[in-house]
Design a protein around this ligand. Sequence first.
Ligand SMILES: Cc1ncc(COP(=O)(O)O)c(C=O)c1O
Length: 312
Amino acid sequence: MAEDFSNRDGLIWMDGEIIPWRDAKVHVLTHGLHYASSVFEGERAYDGNIFLCHEHSERFIRSADLIDMRMPYSAKELDEAKYEILKANDLTNAYIRPVAWRGSEQLGISAQDTKTHVAIACWDWPSYFGEEAREKGISIQTSKWRAPMPNTATTNSKAAGLYATHTMSKHAAEANGYTDALMLDYRGNVAELTGANLFMVKDRKIITPDPDCFLNGLTRQTVIKLAEEHGIPLTVETVTPEELTQADEVFCTGTAAEVTAIGKIDDTSFTVGPVTRQLRDAYESLVREPAKEQLNPQPIISRNSSHFFDIT
Ligand SMILES: Cc1ncc(COP(=O)(O)O)c(C=O)c1O
């Protein structure tokens, strides 16, 4: 049995205060728990620097906006809170989980009188898929659940309500011995994994689907830029499930997943190829580039990233 996340040593930042891990609780009549009025982020710190810290804070606020929930902190205040809790826990390499939710001030569909509460936890989490995935790649199984039409859900957000189908998809894949699920979109084309974006390589050209109905991950955007810097041709276009089976290489990207090869999709196997390795190495060294200023970290991708990253 895995260790219960509510029963750990450490400290959590909650509504502006740093409190003992085990005291970071909410009431059962919390709006977020009943109506999925909750958004979250997933970030990683490398050698004390939170990769794309500010972009994650901006996306966090944007996700809240999308579900009509007001974030009570600015992106800069969130950046500072993340560094504060990382330091309080004496962590330099860590996963960081900010979460915001509507409280118990009102319970019903209407939530006009609720307050937005915010917590930030962080913990040591070396590898999302485990070390074996590095050499062999992970296995994924196509889910029966699909990425929804953009006018039926806040698809380009990290709103908690979107993840019910992701959890069900992952459970079904795991029950069949796969690591994760492949989600198709509502049209039946390839979309993403349950917590990562997908890329395929064919004849040394990279293809990734247009995130018009799923999260345009910050790692996805970073890897697109890295491919450009390495002179590897890349196009954003529709990928059908059939086209995917013809790929030379397939890999996925995400803050937790980083760049991870995919070794099997349903019954089709793939080898971990040179393009995947090259971009994985490039990503691993980029995230560990020393930050220019620790307290007000600049995005460490080389150019003015607020013009590059899609967080709107
Ligand atoms: C559904 C989903 N897709 C893609 C991603 C990858 O996003 P990012 O690279 O910003 O972590 C994530 C993780 O945040 C996710 O939950």
